[in-house]
Write a protein that binds this ligand. Sequence first.
Ligand SMILES: [Zn+2]
Ligand SMILES: [Zn+2]
Length: 178
Amino acid sequence: MSNKIIIDPVSQLQRLQIVETTNSCVKKAGGIFNRHFSLLTIDFDLWGKCAGMYQVRGKKPRIRYNPWIFAKYYEESLTNTVTHEVAHYVVDCIWGIRHVKPHGKEWRDTMLAMGVQPVVTGSYDLEGIPTRQYRRYSYKCDCRNHDLTSLRHRKIVEKGAIYRCQLCHSPLKQCAAR
Ligand SMILES: [Zn+2]
Ligand SMILES: [Zn+2]
């Protein structure tokens, strides 16, 4: 059982779609609550059993998504997880995150106002989803940096596999060690 298959995280194009959906969800909330919410930072660096997380560091809010859970439950995550995390952000902006319960009345009312049932699930079947952080390898193409799993890295080094960037289609090359 040591040879577990890890599913591929969401693609670059899916990430763009998730960022766009999150941004339009923030704008939609602005219309509903009749106030301006700034767009926030979105990262895909969450792993383990949570699909998303709203976090404030210093004064900077950000949403972290789990790229494996999004890959496995794409449509569902695009609606439920995105609205779930944006609702945390909206609650933070209006009431202040420290003054209310995480999934309390304010959050539930916000979810309903956004048209999504306020269900806290977190009961995903995690098969194929890494539950600890795997070592990542830095690669780059002609347009950006890529983090590769050790599985892909090994395929390149040991088997001469070639992976191409989905945006610019140039082959990925390993960055010099940092
Ligand atoms: Zn939550
Ligand atoms: Zn590229």
